[in-house]
Design a protein around this ligand. Structure first.
Ligand code: RIB
Length: 303
């Protein structure tokens, strides 16, 4: 069983289904409202656990009902949350999400306790990171904690995967610590300054990510699939056509599946294919953590 350590965010997602996404200044009447556990870090932890990994989560929640709910949800998935700190002075992170009839979303996050994660928390969990085959990172916690986790992961010989979301520039010292970076189009544009509107542009942006120091780059292009570039090869991998109900956390399903597959020793092309199927299954379901199981992904791949 591959050991995965996730260093990242935990949010409660407050989700409204609407016929379409609102315009600036518009009041739009939606349909159902629901609360779902979310946060890019926690979503990736759940996805990795359902794909068969032994998962440890490092993060921070507030001393409130949402925090309690987050932790018990992750425990139910078999995830080790001993390294998720409860911060008395902060609220658990919250995400306000609108999902339209086509499953597309708009997300605003109030990070709360996520921004209280300190490099010291990461260092205190150094043994957990050292035991991991894969370290999954995102950017919803402070950058200095991300850099520290990447460094500890690299020193321990783990595969360090960064999902650079939400989009942000990275410090120079983080780049050489990244084994695989997997941005979407917007994030790739922010990271490289290059346009990413086509497959060939995505390939050029992926090359630029390697020049910055990452060992491999996978750029997610939504319905157009993804493009990967590494020192050993490159390709465009088409998406799996599905009827989307909720695209929230499709990127998290992708990131976790990619990490799990690489941790199991799969080559990058196979890992991207595995991740593509995991993400496709996720978007057919409501809620960020409605992640597919290993059996479901393998069955989809066999079809
Ligand atoms: O990637 C999706 C996630 O982004 C949501 O669950 C929300 O909490 C935000 O963090």
């Amino acid at each position: 069983m591959v050991q995965v350590c996730v260093v990242g965010s935990l949010n409660m997602d407050l989700v409204v289904k609407t016929p379409r996404l609102p315009q600036v200044g518009e009041t739009l009447t939606g349909a159902e409202f629901g609360t779902f556990p979310g946060g890019k870090g926690a979503n990736q932890a759940v996805a990795a656990a359902r794909l068969g990994a032994a998962v440890t989560m490092i993060g921070c929640v507030g001393a409130d009902a949402f925090g309690v709910q987050q932790l018990s949800g992750l425990r139910r998935e078999g995830i080790d949350v001993a390294r998720v700190r409860t911060e008395p002075g902060a609220a658990t992170g919250v995400a306000f999400i609108t999902v339209d009839a086509a499953g597309q979303n708009m997300i605003v996050v109030a990070p709360g306790a996520n921004m209280r994660l300190r490099p010291e928390d990461v260092v205190a969990a150094a043994r957990v990171i050292a035991a991991a085959r894969v370290v999954l990172l995102q950017l919803e916690v402070p950058m200095d904690a991300v850099v520290r986790a990447a460094r500890l992961g690299r020193e321990a010989g783990a595969i360090v995967c960064l999902d650079p979301a939400p989009a942000a520039l990275l410090p120079d010292d983080l780049w050489p610590l990244i084994d695989v970076i997997n941005p979407n189009e917007t994030e790739a544009r922010v990271l490289t300054g290059l346009p990413v509107t086509s497959i060939s542009e995505a390939e050029r942006a992926a090359e630029a990510l390697l020049q910055k120091g990452a060992s491999a780059a996978v750029i997610k292009l939504g319905e157009r699939g993804s493009v990967y570039v590494s020192t050993t090869g490159r390709a465009h991998v088409p998406a799996i056509p599905v009827k989307a109900l909720d695209t929230t956390a499709a990127g998290d399903a992708f990131a976790a599946a990619l990490g799990v597959a690489l941790g199991e020793g799969q080559a990058l092309p196979d890992a991207v294919r595995f991740a593509t199927h995991a993400a496709a299954l996720k978007v057919t379901r409501m809620g960020a953590q409605s992640m597919p199981t290993r059996a479901e992904v393998e069955e989809a791949m066999a079809r």
